[in-house]
Design a binder for this molecule. Sequence first.
Ligand code: ZN
Length: 605
Amino acid sequence: MADDRIYYQLSPANPAAHYYQVRVRIPAPDPQGQRLTLPAWIPGSYMIRDFARNIVAIDAESKGKQVALTKLDKQSWQCEPLSGPLDVVYQVYAWDLSVRTAYLDSSQGFFNGTSLFLRVVGQENLPCHLELRPPPAPVTGIWRAVTTLPGVSLDDRGFGGYRADDYWRLLDHPVLMGSLQTVEFIAEGVPHQLVICGRAEFDRERLADDLERVCAHHVRFFGEMPAKRYLFMVMAVGDGYGGLEHLDSTVLICKRSDLPRLGLEEPDEDYRRFLGLCSHEYFHLWNVKRIRPKRLAQADLSSESHTRLLWAFEGITSYYDDLALVRCGVVKVGDYLETLAHTVTRVMRNPGRRRQSVAESSFDAWTKFYKQDENAPNAIVSYYAKGTLVAFGLDMMLRRISSDGVSLDELMRKLWLEYGQPDKPVPEEGIEQAAAELVGESLDDYFALAVHGTDDLPLDDWFRQLGIGFQLRPARSSEDKGGYCETAPTVESLPVLGASWRQSGDFVELLHVFEDGAAQRAGLSAGDRLVALDGLQITSDSLAGRIAVLALDRSVELLAFRRDELMRFQLRPLPAPDDTCDLWLLPDDECTPAQLARRKRWLQQ
Ligand code: ZN
């Protein structure tokens, strides 16, 4: 039988100049002229990134002779008609240390297939072979390569031959190379690895232990583990945060101080955030990688693909990422409520929640959520943050309607069995329909309010069902994000500017001016550089305090540069809005047995 595999050879050819070299061999190219194209975006990150702009040189040859290659658009080429085989050789610049693209220097290499592998148009469903070459000397340390692509002929450092069933699968197994530290554990019988690139010292046993509990919890939650192995690829840096989900792996970037230091007792905020990130990406293994929205499953990655469902794929995942940590016992109830309160605060501080629903935020992610400008807080809502609250509310609705018979947990398992396990992409109305089927009654009113609407959510009611105290109050300071407390604190509402800012040279530069706040009413704009308030110079550190002592019924003069023009504004401060969330556990004697029972089931305590 003829070998019809598409053969990709990848070499970290020039680490010092950050160039990968790729050779694609197509045994039977289209005789009319084979087309090749590189994706414009990567699944999981909904922004056009035009990866092809990093291709700096490209040539084609057949049977040892150069053949003509014509560029068709920003990311596609066509070869002159010929009867195969065809080899295309190109260099890709890779100097972006993020989870979404590709990176190469003499200390490490990382890539997503979307940044490097040209698609052979019309032959996407053929199996692919990847030959991963080691870097030429010199590089720092002894390099190993890790990926979840199945290996076929590898050396003891992971270089050699890999295979993928088709082009789309080739894209969904990123590769990390370098001097790597490895942590291994078994969760529910399945081997898991966490591989760290970059300088980091941490408590390996602690990390393996905590992650094993988190992963095992998620596997039990869905009832089965769809991958034969799982890999966390972590790039530890001085400052950074992010993750991207893949079929059997995830790529994370974190501060090295997020990793658990030796001797750490209770998880601190940094480590809880790291565990939350791991938990989030791991939950995606089911929710978005296998329970997939139809609109994204059909995408060929050449242009935007719009779905109104990101609130479900990111919001529900964000809800369970932290909830799982308390359920499996790696964080305490108070720590979890602290995180949840911060999420509520984040949503309440964005006036944009009144302009955009989470369904709209999902649909327009490409041009709004992923392209946030100075007006973003007034114009958009996060399908992550509000999506978390929508998922929480849906959980409370399902519990109430079914008298605690079912919850969002059962809905996720139903979605897994109906869509994920049989690999049937979810239509736009699929989540709402499945929820209604689960309880045998329409939830249209809930979805109209929470998913398609812009009114505030009845959070008070949802928390009360769990015997949890909830209040929204003014912030005490710019650092105050609310949180978990023993009882409701009383906080005085001080005058505020209604803007965020930073020090910029001798000026205080406004970053965001919030809708209908004092700054906007005074005529101030983002980008204005404030000089003096009431005749005295201001600094980033003094501004909040200077405003806080002003009288609410009196205007003061504020001087600011806009462009190079000095302007005068009359500022009349407004009281701080109730945008900061506190949560506390109501004492047992103030709760009904039903509230206590529901809280216990919710937290699985
Ligand atoms: Zn996510």
